[in-house]
Design a protein. Structure first.
Length: 372
């Protein structure tokens, strides 16, 4: 449908969920500046985003802001380009009032921006240092996906969990005087925790996964000295986790081992379903519409992008769960990293060829729009 050259390698796409800004989405990029005498192998550690041993190298990035028209063949328009340290992850906050975006960068910061509709641009709200500048913020997630916050000011933002390349996690919570502030920080994994995510149904609980081949659960009410569970049954690093916004206890987990697992988090050590997606699953995204609650969008790294249809019912534990690849998108020629569904019902949630999807890939620095 639409193709855009992001110039820098691209790794993150996020559509805005706010009702008055659903035509807005962002794409994040990551450019590692190599030193004069050093080369970075393209296949190193399975992923192009490699924190270890690179502390003296500069990583540049941009947040590219786009609008897309609500037509059958939507037109893409770039509105803004924000230069930053390399962007590793971005997420929009679900809240009333102006849309807010959190950005995880390669110098230990979470940067908050707010969408100003009258200016058609993102404006900076606050920058929080979560670690020293040689530590990368690898991922972030908002607690307010299922229960959006009501206040339009920064103190009304939901809480944010962040994973960092030194093995730690931290939580940022709203503070009436300081905006967002780090309230908790703890060592969580022995190697890079690629992902941290909230249980959208219980804002006391977060999940994390990392290169130590473990997924862990944490409960703020019990403190963070010990996890509430540790799942060691992965054949490679855990890369992505998303709690289901429409099905309580259902959580999708992706790994470098080419598998997406569906868990009932009441029994977090054994998946109720496993799907071989053909490549490392860097991102998973549940469809935003409850009518398509079984549809999961997956960025499969070396094997393109896919839409899975999964049986997400958890009532009958004895019933065999089914899944299938409903659609695949192979127009990208490099690592499939960033992907997201549009929240805009006018973009084709029903009967118009599928929901609008944005996807981006790394070495070919390409952004595509398509439907699924």
């Amino acid at each position: 449908m639409s193709v855009f050259n992001t110039v820098y390698p691209a790794d993150s796409v996020e559509f805005c969920p706010q009702e008055d800004a659903r035509h807005i989405f962002v794409c994040g990029t990551y450019k590692l500046e190599q030193s004069e005498h050093e080369e970075v192998p393209s296949d190193e550690a399975e992923t192009a985003i490699v924190p270890q041993g690179r502390s003296k190298q500069r990583r540049h990035g941009k947040c590219l802001v786009f609008s897309v028209s609500s037509t059958h063949n939507p037109e893409l328009k770039q509105l803004q380009e924000i230069s930053l340290p390399a962007v590793l992850d971005m997420k929009w906050c679900h809240r009333s009032g102006p849309a807010a975006l959190g950005i995880a960068d390669s110098e230990g910061n979470i940067r908050f921006h707010e969408w100003q509709a009258d200016q058609s641009q993102l404006v900076p709200l606050q920058t929080i240092s979560c670690a020293s500048s040689d530590v990368l913020c690898l991922s972030l997630d908002w607690s307010s996906r299922r229960y959006p916050t009501q206040s339009p000011v920064s103190s009304g933002l939901g809480s944010v969990v962040v994973s960092l390349s030194d093995g730690s996690l931290c939580i940022l919570r709203p503070d009436p005087q300081r905006g967002m502030a780090v309230t908790d920080s703890w060592h969580a994994h022995d190697y890079e925790p690629w992902i941290a995510a909230w249980d959208y149904w219980n804002s006391n609980v977060v999940f994390s996964g990392g290169d130590d081949l473990k997924m862990k659960g944490w409960d703020a009410r019990l403190g963070f000295e010990q996890p509430i569970f540790v799942n060691k049954r992965f054949d490679a690093g855990v890369t992505t986790i998303q709690s289901h916004p429409h099905v309580e206890h259902a959580v999708a987990v992706g790994s470098y081992d080419n598998t997406v697992r569906l868990f009932d988090m009441r029994k977090p050590l054994a998946p109720v379903l496993q799907a071989d997606v053909g490549g490392g699953a860097w991102r998973v995204k549940w469809h935003p519409d409850a009518n398509r609650k079984g549809d999961l969008l997956v960025a499969c790294m070396h094997d393109g992008f896919k839409v899975l249809k999964m049986d997400v019912s958890l009532e009958d534990a004895s019933a065999e769960k089914t899944w299938e690849v409903a659609q695949r998108f192979d127009a990208h020629t490099s690592l499939a990293y960033g992907v997201d569904w549009s929240f805009d019902s006018q973009q084709g949630l029903d009967g118009r060829g599928g929901t609008l999807i944005g996807s981006c890939s790394f070495y070919d620095h390409t952004l595509h729009l398509w439907r699924g």
